[in-house]
Design a protein around this ligand. Structure first.
Ligand code: SDX
Length: 382
């Protein structure tokens, strides 16, 4: 073992640190480019489905028609929950946060999986399908429980997007609403080593199990600087009384050194292509559902932000227009981040399986700045 300490560098927040190689998401922050395994995000949002995108991330290639049909069947056969899990949902406190509920229920899936700790790619693929397929029921089931409504069992004929909306409302969603949800799931599926994905890799790198890795990721996604921002955007839009009040609201935030949720990004210093795509979509959905004032306020915020901080590379990110889209689809605000998790579980599990193939324990160093050689004084003297 070499005793020579390799050259250490300090990089608080890992802003300029590459931790591993990956062939899943390519992001060019200067040009605003995002590709999943080389496929442009616009092409995938326009032509793919969330199931096909997940297959692409897990297998690094698009499926044939037969493979996709088999994949869809496999996912749908895993939609339902055990009676134990349905009972667990209705045992939760109704006023619990949906993200706490999702983290708890996802973790509970491991309790009834005899192969929970099997690290093989076959077992991890099966467990990834379990989490992908069951998250919609966990989220929708908890929402209906907290509202005192009957739980709706999954529709195994439906896509993930359609099945989620059906279990949430008890009604078959329109084609347009299912497609809007499907596109949101595609756009949120993966994004390189974002905080929650990186957190899942720290867990999997210890050779812990993939349920634990996804539980770590859900807890990390919850933060308002990450996946929790979409809820923050909606609270902001509801706080601003009218489009005329936008400029003063934003300037007051700046005066108080507060952040505008849905703007800025560690990597994108130009437009987040997901926000660009969502913006066009949000306008149509908002128009159709009588929420165009939300979209108009969003656009006005974007104009003021562009004038004030556009030169600093602060642009709308994926959360800014997903808020209006989800709200227009009738989704409760505190379900926005669980929806993000329902999509990102495909990316989290893809990265975990990819990283495990050439695993290296993730264990950085810290620059110790505390005292040395302290003399111990017994408690009787203190
Ligand atoms: C997601 O990483 C990913 O890929 C994440 C994600 C994914 O798909 O997984 O894309 C999803 O998490 C999107 C980000 C959602 N978060 C928000 O919308 C929260 C608001 N945004 C920020 O807090 C911030 O932009 C971050 C956290 C997203 C990025 O922060 P950085 O890279 O650490 O940058 P920073 O905090 O150092 O800010 C640099 C400057 C600062 O100004 P100065 O102190 O240099 O004068 O930009 C300013 C910040 O004050 N700034 C903002 C701002 N974001 C940054 N000013 C006002 N409003 C904002 N939103």
């Amino acid at each position: 073992m070499s005793t020579v300490m390799q050259e250490m560098h300090t990089d608080i927040g890992l802003v300029n640190t590459i931790v591993a190689r990956s062939s899943l998401s390519f992001i060019n922050g200067e040009k605003g480019i995002l590709e999943y395994v080389g496929y442009g995000i616009d092409d995938l949002a326009r032509q793919s489905t969330f199931e096909e995108t997940t297959y692409l991330l897990w297998n690094r290639r698009l499926p044939s028609r037969v493979e996709l049909a088999e994949f869809n069947t496999l996912i749908r056969s895993n939609y339902d929950l055990s009676e134990t899990l349905w009972d667990m949902i209705v045992s939760l406190p109704r006023d619990a946060s949906p993200m706490h509920a999702l983290r708890t229920l996802t973790s509970a899936l491991a309790l009834e999986d005899p192969a929970a700790d099997d690290p093989s790619i076959e077992a991890n693929t099966r467990k990834s399908i379990v989490m992908l397929a069951k998250m919609p029921a966990l989220i929708a089931g908890f929402d209906r429980h907290r509202k005192g409504l009957d739980l709706i069992r999954p529709n195994v004929e439906a896509t993930i997007a359609e099945n989620f909306l059906y279990m949430l409302t008890g009604k078959k969603p329109t084609e347009r609403m299912s497609r809007a949800m499907d596109i949101c799931l595609i756009l949120h599926a993966d994004h390189g080593f974002n905080a929650s994905t990186f957190a899942s890799l720290v867990t999997i790198s210890t050779l812990s199990d993939i349920y634990s890795a996804v539980t770590t990721a859900i807890g990390t996604l919850k933060g308002p600087l990450h996946g929790g921002a979409n809820q923050g955007v909606m609270y902001m839009l509801q706080e601003i009384e009218s489009i005329d009040a936008v400029e003063e609201y934003v300037l007051n935030k700046f005066a108080n050194k507060e952040r505008i949720m849905g703007f800025g990004h560690r990597v994108y210093k130009s437009n987040d292509p997901r926000a660009t795509y969502l913006k066009t979509f949000a306008e149509g959905i908002a128009q159709d559902t009588g929420n165009i004032d939300l979209f108009n306020k969003s656009q006005r915020i974007e104009e003021v932000m562009d004038r004030e901080v556009g030169s600093k590379g602060i642009y709308p990110n994926v959360d800014f227009y997903s808020a209006t889209t989800y709200f227009s689809l009738g989704i409760d605000l505190d379900l926005f981040t669980p929806l993000f998790a329902m999509s990102r579980v495909s990316g989290w599990t893809a990265h975990c399986m990819e990283y495990l193939a050439e695993n290296r324990l993730i264990r950085p160093r810290c620059d110790y700045v505390g005292p040395h050689e302290q003399e111990y004084v017994s408690i009787s003297q203190r």
